[in-house]
Design a protein around this ligand. Structure first.
Ligand SMILES: *Cc1c(COP(=O)(O)O)cnc(C)c1O
Ligand SMILES: [Zn+2]
Length: 367
């Protein structure tokens, strides 16, 4: 049986629609029966992340997802260029709403639909809100997205296009989350949060499955941008499942990248702390990872440490020039993705070290 388990006090709960954190304030994780995966179980006729249906949190007879998928996932994995034959980019901006968030949103909204949900709330720095809005609309679920009034206008336009109600909040990312959570107190609404809802990570874990299938092995290192950790934790969970099933022998080293101007996790990592203390966001172009108070900080730090990984922070000038450098190779990305590439450029690799970096968000999402 599937249950929620509090990361902090380990209490277990039946999965209900309305619960999004533990009474103690701790974050919820999904406890599942052992996920079994064999390469043979891949539905190779599906050119999407749903080819790993067997490891997704749906029963074998469930069909709701079929009317909700927009073909997300199974994104290209390509060599960066001939000069760097051991570096591969996973082009995760090739998604219905142009960011990797579609992996999580597709699973989360399919699950919400299955539960009979008719209305959802989410808060976001932009891309998660866009993704939730798009899938909710497709599922016929009404949707309210809380955003900071400083969100990129192009992302706001994208959300509006999907008919979501926008609640623009004056203040920082934490004020936006607080406003959404206040609304949840006033009305019983499903919290389609990419941060709190454990089902989102069931979607992002396909990132790891795809890399494994595309390489027929795992790289030495995954370099991943991190704000709230939805891709990082998803990748880690996916790797863990692959290892538990004997498909891989070890989990790649996870190198996490943050913007120097908003790097609570990197700071905690270097100070050997178990959780991150909130920081003041000093302002960064990398809006997608500008998270001053990441709710799953303990899990993110634990995951990076468990893989023998590390943190890298990048400066604003490095982000700007990394965006130009990627465009010079043909890839037009948003600044948050450039921040991750800048982290890669600073990373001291070993000779022959095989590295995969995600291109998380498309360039046209921002100016
Ligand atoms: C959401 C996002 C990130 C960061 O993901 P987290 O879950 O906050 O760690 C990075 N890049 C892009 C383009 C994003 O949309
Ligand atoms: Zn608890």
């Amino acid at each position: 049986m599937t249950e929620f388990k509090c990361y902090k006090c380990h209490k277990r709960f039946n999965v209900t629609e309305w619960m999004w954190k533990c009474d103690c304030g701790g974050m919820l994780d999904l406890v599942k029966e052992k996920v079994t995966f064999t390469p043979k179980s891949i539905q190779t006729n599906l050119p999407t992340m749903w080819r790993y249906y067997d490891v997704l949190p749906f029963t074998s007879v469930a069909t709701t997802w079929k009317s909700i998928t927009m073909g997300e996932g199974f994104t290209p994995l390509v060599q960066l260029d001939d000069d760097e034959p051991n570096t591969f980019v996973k082009v995760d901006y090739m998604m219905p709403t142009l960011s990797f968030k579609d992996r999580g949103a597709a699973v989360l909204i399919a699950k919400a639909k299955e539960l009979g949900i008719t209305k959802v709330i989410a808060d976001s720095s932009g891309n998660a809100g866009t993704s939730i809005a798009a899938y909710a609309r497709r599922a016929g679920i009404s949707c309210t997205i809380f955003l900071s009034d400083s969100t990129s206008p192009k992302k706001i336009a994208q959300i509006k296009a999907h008919g979501a109600t926008i609640r623009s909040i004056k203040g920082n990312r934490e004020d936006v989350a607080a406003a959404a959570q206040q609304a949840l107190k006033e009305e019983k609404i499903f919290y389609a949060s990419h941060i709190y809802n454990p089902y989102f990570y069931e979607g992002t874990k396909t990132y790891a499955y795809e890399i494994w299938e595309q390489m027929q092995t795992m790289p030495d290192t995954l370099i991943i941008p991190v704000g709230n950790g939805t891709l990082l934790l998803g990748a880690f969970y996916g790797c863990k499942e692959l290892m538990e099933n004997g498909v891989i022998e070890r989990i790649p080293k996870i190198v996490a990248v943050q913007a120097e101007n908003c790097a609570p996790l990197a700071k905690a990592f270097f100070k050997n702390e178990k959780t991150a203390k909130p920081v003041e966001n000093a302002g960064t172009l990398a809006e997608g990872i500008a998270i001053a108070k990441p709710a799953r900080s303990a899990q993110i730090l634990e995951a990076v440490r468990a893989t023998g990984g590390e943190f890298i922070t990048t400066f604003e000038e490095e982000i700007t020039s990394a965006r130009v450098a990627l465009a010079d190779k043909g890839f037009y990305v948003e600044p948050t993705t450039a921040a991750n590439y800048a982290g890669y450029l600073k990373y001291k690799r070993m000779s022959d070290e095989v590295i995969v970096i995600p291109l998380c968000g498309a360039g046209i999402k921002t100016s």
